[in-house]
Design a protein around this ligand. Structure first.
Ligand code: NAP
Ligand code: COA
Length: 266
């Protein structure tokens, strides 16, 4: 049985930047399944339209073309979402880019590109959406990652960008809390069947090694991240703001191989 009430988000509308695939599309489907109208935005318009069809078609979903690095593009996409569904209650900022490279194998443009999508993109989405949802009950969620807290080799760009996102959420929670607007983050662990894990763990051996380190010993699912977004967007989280919710099987606690006979240091 679904742990959430079927019509939880009836009458609510959501905008999900980067909602055209992967984890964020999973969140969009979860919100729509509970009654929300959702707009999903990404750079590729065909992919965005396909995602909207997958969510349930024009009555409940809108696919939008948008590059979060360009403020005006974000403003235009948000305006189209509001024109279509009348208002905005929930905004998720999840667009991201990642590739695996050492800092010395990364050009200045490579570093800047990821920071621009992840961090500047989140500022753009949150800054631009505020005029549409500046009222009590509104919920903003950024999709961050464990790299925000734990340094990871070959991830200088992502570590820097996601750390910035965590702090941005905290600052905005303070600045916008007096308006009744909540700002939180979700930090997923390794999630199955995603572009992110295809890049970070491209072989079965790498996948097995990562799962061995996770206290819960498995990858998470898109539905599990969707459930966290449902909680944070709902009235159940009405006194929760400025928090980063780890949905990661305990990954951020550290390397959990030791129970299997390794201390994780070798
Ligand atoms: P994904 O499927 O590649 O999703 C990325 C989304 O962002 C796509 O919809 C993509 O669509 C969009 N996007 C990329 N650049 C954009 C831009 N400049 N402007 C607008 N949209 C843009 O990746 P995912 O693995 O599901 O990751 C989703 C989120 O979860 C990311 O924030 C990631 O950091 C986070 N996360 C993932 C994992 C994991 O296990 N996968 C773990 C921790 C955190 P277009 O390409 O069409 O633009
Ligand atoms: N190693 C080193 N540098 C790399 C790289 C790699 N594997 N992949 C890209 N770059 C560099 C490029 O060389 C370029 O730098 P340069 O101009 O100095 O040569 C810079 O990054 C930008 O690349 P470009 O392909 O022009 O960027 P883009 O805006 O078209 O795409 C990316 C952005 C690179 C992040 C691309 O991987 C992407 O679109 N990702 C979205 C999906 C994704 O990453 N999902 C997982 C989310 S966790």
């Amino acid at each position: 049985m679904d742990p959430f009430r079927a019509n939880l988000f009836a009458g609510k509308t959501a905008f999900i930047a980067g909602g055209t695939s992967g984890i964020n599309l999973g969140i969009a489907k979860r919100l729509a399944g509970l009654g929300a109208k959702v707009s999903v935005a990404g750079r590729n318009p065909e992919k965005a339209e396909g995602a909207a069809r997958e969510i349930g078609g024009t009555d409940i979903a809108l696919g939008l073309s948008c590059d979060v690095r360009i403020y005006q593009s974000v403003e235009e996409a948000l305006q189209k979402a509001v024109d279509t569904f009348g208002k905005l209650d929930i905004v998720i900022s999840g667009a991201a880019g990642n590739f695996v490279a050492p800092a010395l194998g990364m050009s200045a443009n490579g570093f800047r590109t990821v920071v621009d999508i992840d961090l500047n993109g989140t500022f753009n989405v949150f800054r631009a959406c505020y005029q549409h949802l500046n009222r009590p009950g509104a919920s903003l969620i950024a999709i961050t990652a464990g790299q925000a807290v734990n340094a990871a080799m070959l991830q200088a760009h992502v570590c820097a960008a996601k750390a910035g996102i965590n702090q941005l959420c905290r600052v905005l929670a303070m600045e916008w809390g007096p308006d009744g607007v909540r700002v939180n983050g979700i930090s997923p662990g390794p999630i199955a069947d995603t572009e992110g894990m295809a890049r970070l763990a491209p072989t079965p051996e790498a996948e097995t090694a990562i799962k061995a380190r996770v206290p819960l010993r498995r990858y998470g699912t898109k539905e599990e991240i969707g459930d966290a977004a449902v909680f944070l967007s709902s009235d159940a989280a009405r006194y929760v703001t400025g928090t980063i919710l780890d949905v990661d099987g305990g990954s951020q606690l550290g390397d959990a191989r030791s129970r299997d006979g390794s201390n994780g240091l070798t």
